[in-house]
Ligand binder design. Structure first.
Ligand code: GRG
Length: 301
C-alpha cells in the first residue's frame, strides 16, 4: 500500500503524474528568462523538460514513499537529478565525445543550437542541480541538504559520472569484464545509487534497511546500463552498425560486445535477482521498487 496519492496507480500512471510535476518544477527552476539569457534558458529547457523516461526521479519518489518521506521533497531531488542526467547526455552527445545527432527522438542540443550553447547549457544545468538541492524548499533540515549536496558531488565527480565517462572514452587496450563493470558502476550506477540514497534520507530507515536499499541500487544501476548496451546492440541495424564501428575503432567495448548478447542477458537476469533479493525484507511495500527493477530489465528504449 502506498501512502502518497501522487504515487498510486500503475507504473504508467505514476510516471505520467511525475513527468507533469517534474516539468513544472524544472520550468520554474530555469525561470522565465527575466533578467537572464533567453538562449541559454531555452537550451536548458530543451535539454531537460518534456522528454526522457524520468527513471531516476521516479526512483527517488518510490524510495521516499517506502520510508515515509514526502513526495514534494522527493520531486525536487528528482528535478536536481534530471538536471545532472540531462547535462551528462548533452555533453556525451558533443562531437568531442560520442558525436551524436539525435537524442530522445529529436536533434541533439548542439545540433539544434550550437556547440558552445550545448557546453554552457550543460554547465548551467549542473549548477542548477546543486542550487535546487541547497535550497530550503528541498528540505527544511540544512544538515540533510548538505549531505545531499556532498553525495551528489561524489556521484558526478572522479568516482562518478565524469570518472566513468573517462574510463569509457579511454579504456585499457584489452578491457576485462571487471573494467567494464567499474566503468558502468561510475558512469550509470552512481547517479542511480544517489537517487536511492537521497530518497532514503527523506524518511525513517534503519542502517540495515539503508544497506539493503544501496545493494538494490547498485544492482539496479548495473542492470540499467547493461540493458542500455543490449538495446544499443540490437537496435536499428544501420544506426547501431555505425555506432559499433565507431566504438570498436576507439577500442571501446560495452557489456554486450564483451559478453555477447546471451552473456549480457544472463548478467541482467542475475543482477535482477539480486535487486529483488535486496528488497525481500521490506515485504509488499517494496512492490513499486520491484516494478522499477522489472522496468529497467524489460525496457525497449
Ligand atoms: C559531470 C554530470 C557530469 C557528466 C560529465 C558526459 C559525462 C561526464 C558522462 C556521460 C555518462 C553517460 C552518457 C552515461 C549514460 C547513462 C545512460 C544509461 C543514459 C541513458 O539514460 P536513460 O535511458 O535516458 O534514462 P532518458 O532519455 O530516458 O532520460
Amino acid at each position: 500500500p502506498l501512502h502518497s496519492p501522487a504515487l498510486s496507480g500503475t507504473l504508467e500512471d505514476r510516471l505520467s503524474r511525475l513527468r507533469t510535476d517534474l516539468d513544472v518544477a524544472l520550468n520554474e527552476a530555469i525561470g522565465q528568462d527575466g533578467g537572464r539569457n533567453r538562449r541559454l534558458a531555452e537550451a536548458m529547457r530543451y535539454a531537460v523538460t518534456g522528454a526522457g523516461k524520468r527513471f531516476r526521479a521516479l526512483l527517488v519518489a518510490a524510495v521516499a514513499d517506502l520510508v515515509g518521506g514526502s513526495y514534494a521533497h522527493a520531486l525536487r531531488i528528482g528535478a536536481a537529478i534530471e538536471c545532472v542526467h540531462a547535462q551528462s547526455l548533452v555533453h556525451d552527445d558533443l562531437p568531442c565525445m560520442d558525436d551524436d545527432d539525435m537524442r530522445r527522438g529529436r536533434p541533439t542540443l548542439h545540433r539544434k543550437f550550437d556547440e558552445a550553447t550545448a557546453v554552457l547549457a550543460g554547465d548551467a544545468l549542473l549548477a542548477l542541480a546543486f542550487e535546487i538541492l541547497a535550497d530550503e524548499a528541498t528540505h527544511p533540515n540544512g544538515a540533510l541538504r548538505a549531505r545531499l549536496v556532498l553525495s551528489l558531488a561524489r556521484a558526478v565527480g572522479q568516482d562518478g559520472l565524469a570518472g566513468g565517462q573517462m574510463m569509457d572514452l579511454y579504456p585499457p587496450s584489452r578491457p576485462t569484464p571487471q573494467d567494464v563493470f567499474e566503468c558502468q558502476s561510475r558512469k550509470t550506477a552512481a547517479l542511480i545509487r544517489f537517487a536511492v540514497e537521497a530518497g532514503s534520507m527523506l524518511g525513517t530507515c534503519s542502517a540495515h534497511e539503508q544497506e539493503n536499499l544501496l545493494r538494490f541500487a547498485e544492482n539496479l544501476g548495473l542492470v540499467f546500463q547493461i540493458r542500455d548496451d543490449i538495446l544499443d546492440s540490437i537496435g536499428d541495424a544501420a544506426i547501431v552498425g555505425k555506432a559499433l564501428q565507431k566504438d570498436a575503432a576507439g577500442g571501446r567495448k560495452n557489456a554486450a560486445m564483451l559478453l555477447g548478447l546471451d552473456g549480457a542477458a544472463h548478467q541482467v537476469s542475475t543482477l535482477e535477482d539480486a535487486c529483488h533479493e535486496a528488497l525481500d525484507a521490506f515485504g509488499p511495500k517494496a512492490m513499486p521498487l520491484r516494478d522499477l527493477a522489472r522496468f529497467a530489465v524489460n525496457r525497449m528504449h
